[in-house]
Ligand binder design. Structure first.
Ligand code: WTA
Length: 692
């Protein structure tokens, strides 16, 4: 309980009552000259009064219990859900220490439940059947729709029945490659209802990436749509799936069914290429199925979904989440971190193709019976005010987005924001990368009119749900800090040797002991799971992030410490981009690093060595970028190609990325020791060629 005590000490310092307001005023008036670290921004009295967790003491009491008796703490919460059969005696069993054998995490084992039942049927039985579950907003303003909980359940059941009919059963994988249509959460829930394992692939991934995922998880069916409009562009998703299916067949994986939604506003069915026998139109088929479907009761530890994410090495990892713990964790984190009330209208701008969309568009909010906005288009179409138009149109109360969006809208000017009322807003949220204090302030002052606390939630695909996050009514915030751990989470900061460091410090962020939302394995590769996450610092889960803790116990995330870059909140492995580049016939070698980028957070900077005798040209630069777009997706396209006649390597042939990062960010006086390089002259050459 050292953590607990640390929090008590730090929270005792917070002034209350008038002190809070005085401080808030100082911040708004801009005379808070103190450093970010000393800058406390308090929730208003009004907010605190109605908050679910309204004081540090209340948090500390619950936090202490969650750490001292995790099984009891989470069991109590889990009891509010429907269980066909209750779990065994102890809610949690785990081995979290590689030195004691294989890593093994179980929550609510033996319990039988169903997450779709808990999200839909349970809320309907509680009288919410006529409540809006999803407001759907199309790419074009004015194009919209909605579903009540009753209607959503019917749609889900029809699809579940179809999936069963084509032989999809418990444990079978289904790949979903859909944009932000209502059909995306419907498809996820339909799989969950019958115990099938969904693997949603973000609809910005290329055919090659889709194929790679299909080959890995061998789905019984793929669900897609013919096309989608993203702003002014039309993207032909079905063609990408067609190509992916041809590609995966080369690896011996054949998928029998491609269920295709006709997204009429983007493309008519007549224009869609079709393979009879395999391809099925959603609209012709699904509505014929019964609107009720029996639930498949699954063990809490049965898999719910696979989601592929990037790591330090080439191949994306299939992060596996199971049912019971994930259900309890996403719903509880959603409730407290956003101070959720049944009257809220909630909008998360993330795509369901990423973990944020899984946990906080689909599962977390719907488990709480919330009304969710699903938006098809980009946030700045037809202009930069679109997000705020949507906020006003639906009277959004909780708005959850990424720093990259905040920064890009901030750059476009305040007029787009202030032309909208936004008075419905009461809580803001941020996720995906550290939010820089200036973006934080703009979000707080301009978007939220200095009224709305910001929940800067730190978490990962692997963690399933929020790990370090403000509880908006409970304590003051510091712009740019994710603040304190959520219930049940024990963040530990360690030095290179893996020793825990106490007090004010900075190091590698790890977690001690499991939490219900933790991933259980990497699909088909438990060894990689242990090696990547549990071996670097034995006894702990290693996040891959750097973090510092200030004198008040606040946590400040400092970004990835491994070879993963975070571009607009999207995780991209440098190795993946490198392997896409070297697949280009004229590329001999490539080294990719992240550089600071004003809007995207990090940009992708690629050093490329061409095959002997090939001259560098603008055309070649474009075709190298195209290779990455084709292999991964447009979002992974390098921002800069730096021609490198040679790369700085140690005598043993290892690329010195540290030096490349400095060159990329033009910190040339910080190159450090280059004497250990096999050929120190390479560095001079690279610097000279920077402007190619
Ligand atoms: C980063 C997204 C700072 C971090 C939910 C992490 C953040 C990676 C924050 C996971 C935050 C996410 N502050 N950094 N609030 N949220 N990150 O798996 O580097 O796509 O390791 O999950 O995003 O990215 P992922």
């Amino acid at each position: 309980t050292t953590d607990y005590l640390r929090h008590v000490e730090s929270m005792k310092k917070f002034p209350s009552g008038a002190g809070r307001m005085a401080h808030l005023n100082a911040v708004i008036l801009g005379d808070a000259l103190a450093s970010e670290e000393n800058d406390l921004i308090f929730p208003s009295e009004e907010f605190t009064k109605q908050a679910l967790i309204s004081s540090p003491e209340q948090y500390l009491e619950m936090y202490q219990r969650s750490i001292e008796d995790p099984s009891g703490f989470w069991s109590e919460i889990a009891s509010e859900f429907y269980w066909k059969k209750k779990w065994g005696e102890k809610a949690c069993s785990e081995n979290f220490d590689v030195r004691k054998g294989s890593i093994h995490i179980e929550w609510f084992k033996g319990g039988l439940t169903n997450i779709c039942y808990n999200a839909l049927d349970r809320n309907i039985e509680a009288g919410n059947g006529e409540k809006i579950a999803i407001y759907w907003e199309g790419n074009e303003p004015g194009h919209d729709g909605c579903l009540t909980y009753n209607e959503l359940l019917e749609k889900v059941c029809q699809l579940s029945n179809y999936l069963k009919d084509i032989g999809v059963g418990k444990g079978d994988a289904v790949v979903i490659y859909l944009p932000m249509l209502m059909e995306l959460p419907i498809a996820m829930l339909a799989c969950a209802r019958i115990g099938a394992v969904h693997s949603v692939v973000f609809a910005g991934f290329s055919a090659e990436s889709v194929a790679q995922r299909i080959v890995d998880c061998k789905p019984k069916a793929v669900i897609t749509c013919n096309a989608v409009r993203r702003g002014p562009k039309v993207i032909y998703l079905k063609e990408i799936v067609d190509a992916a299916l041809i590609e995966s067949e080369k690896s011996g994986v054949t998928v029998g069914v491609c269920l295709t939604f006709e997204n009429q506003s983007a493309m008519k069915r007549e224009a869609t290429k079709w393979q009879n026998g395999r391809d099925i139109w959603w609209q012709d088929t699904i509505p014929k199925y019964p609107k009720t479907c029996m639930v498949e009761w699954v063990d809490a530890e049965d898999p719910l979904f696979l989601l592929y994410t990037s790591g330090s090495t080439g191949k994306p990892k299939g992060v596996l989440h199971t049912t019971g713990g994930y259900m309890i964790y996403t719903s509880t984190t959603f409730k407290y971190a956003f101070d959720y009330k049944p009257s809220d209208i909630y909008w998360c701008t993330a795509d369901c193709g990423w973990i944020t969309g899984h946990s906080y568009v689909t599962y977390g909010p719907l488990l709480n019976g919330a009304t969710v906005i699903v938006y098809e288009g980009p946030p700045n179409y037809p202009d930069s005010g679109r997000s705020w138009d949507i906020v006003d149109k639906y009277k959004v109360t909780i708005f959850y987005t990424a720093p990259t969006l905040v920064r890009s809208l901030m750059r476009d000017g305040n007029e787009y924001v202030t032309r909208c009322s936004r008075k419905s807003l009461r809580v803001l949220g941020s996720v995906g990368e550290p939010i820089n204090p200036s973006a934080w302030r703009w979000f707080f002052n301009v978007v939220g009119d200095a009224r709305c606390p910001i929940s800067d939630t730190w978490w990962q695909t692997e963690t399933g749900g929020f790990m370090i996050t403000p509880l908006p009514g409970a304590w003051p915030q510091k712009p740019g800090s994710a603040t304190f751990p959520f219930f049940g989470v024990q963040p530990i900061i360690v030095d290179e040797k893996g020793n825990e460091i106490e007090g004010e410090c900075s190091g590698y962020l790890c977690v001690k002991n499991s939490w219900p939302g933790a991933f259980r394995t990497l699909y088909g590769d438990h060894e990689r799971y242990e090696t990547t996450y549990f071996k670097p610092f034995p006894g702990y889960y290693f996040s891959g992030d750097g973090c510092s803790r200030d004198k008040d116990g606040y946590h400040w995330l400092t970004g990835r410490v491994d070879d993963v870059i975070n571009v607009s909140g999207h995780r991209i492995g440098t190795a993946e981009v490198e392997s896409a580049l070297v697949s280009h016939p004229q590329c001999a070698e490539a080294a990719v690093v992240g550089v600071e980028h004003e809007v995207k957070g990090q940009g992708i900077y690629a050093f490329v060595t061409l095959v002997e005798g090939v001259p560098y040209s603008e055309e070649l630069r474009k075709s190298l970028i195209l290779a990455v777009r084709n292999q991964i997706g447009a979002f992974a396209a390098p921002d800069k190609i730096h021609w490198a006649p040679g790369l700085p390597k140690t005598r043993s042939g290892k690329i010195m990325r540290r030096i490349l990062r400095k060159i990329a960010s033009r910190q040339l006086d910080e190159l450090g020791d280059t004497s250990t390089l096999a050929d120190p002259g390479v560095v001079e050459q690279l610097i000279a060629l920077n402007d190619c």
